[in-house]
Design a protein. Sequence first.
Length: 416
Amino acid sequence: MRLIFRAQRRNHTVLVAYHEASQLVVNTARRLGAEIVHPVRERPDSESLRRRLAAVARRKGFPAVVLHRRIDRRIDFERTESALAESQKFVIEAQVNGRGDGVGDEVLVAIPSYNEERTIASVVDEARAYADSVLVVDDGSTDRTAERAENAGAFVVEHENNRGYGAALKTVFREANQRNVDHVVVIDGDGQHDPADIPNLVSVQREQNAHVVIGSRFDDGAGCRMPLYRRTGLEIINRLTAMCLNLLDAEFDVRDTQSGFRVYDARAVETLADDDTISDGMSASLDILFHALRHGYSVTEVGTTIEYENGQTSTHNPLHHGYSLVRTILRTIEHERPITTLGVPGFLSTLVGFGFGYWTLTNYVHSGSFPVGIAVTAAIFLLPGFLACFTAIILHSLKTYFDVRPNAVHGAGRNY
């Protein structure tokens, strides 16, 4: 699929001939705009397919055919076009790049957008200078975002309704995984992120072999003049999130947890595309960090330029956003550390309840009167304490089961 996108981006017509291919592959190529050349007989060899392609190309009036046999290698279009200009042949072999040094890696820029008709065209246009292709996920916009993005040269996927930032990101990961790209760069559609920073972040990912690279507003080299209210809010959120991440893994250190400027490698995209636990809302950025933590992915930060003076303001309620983040943090800690977050407080509450219960009993024995207030206090501590301890045991058992079971299944599979 990546070959089709890159060829079309250079205004080339793509003909696809095949030996044996599933109907899904053929339909996908056709949906992406390729013309399918069906073999004239069953199980054709390479030479008969080459002749078939040449015949179809001549009939359609094409001046030449570039034959690409190795779909696992990337076409070097500059070298191929030079070879075509120097050759007198109607059919030539495509010139390909090696993939070992990362120079031929494909970069997809993905832009989740909602009502960004004022800025989306310029963002797409700038991003195309640093990417092999640009994908815009229009999350149910009520304006002309999708139309302007497509006119600017982006491939557009539209949601029928506004489903949320996280839902748009999940569509990005699924689309990118299907295209098998090497680097997925996610930027906002409001023009705050500088596409000129894309090569730097991708280069860092290649050099450090990082699964996720975050364009940070707080790292060294960041160019960001942030409004005071926004900086204060982000500092609170980042500190709270950092405490949560450090509780789960002391070595997992991210300063800008809410940055929307990120680069994901193919492995991260593959697992993120299958993760149904990522929220549809704004807390998806945090869910992705927890996903990276669970999978042992390396995350690094690079200073980037953010522009807050372009007249665009966030369409998300900051109070609701903050509430969603806190809820996500508490839910994740409860799931990952049930003994710490529920078991220990539950045990302490139960212990205090027993203390008040003992006080109630001794008071009744010595005075003959039943102290209702002390008894109620004992119940207030005992019941939630018992419930918290019981819940912690159940969650811990489930977590242990699901953590061990995939490894056991995987190990059993290797014996066949």
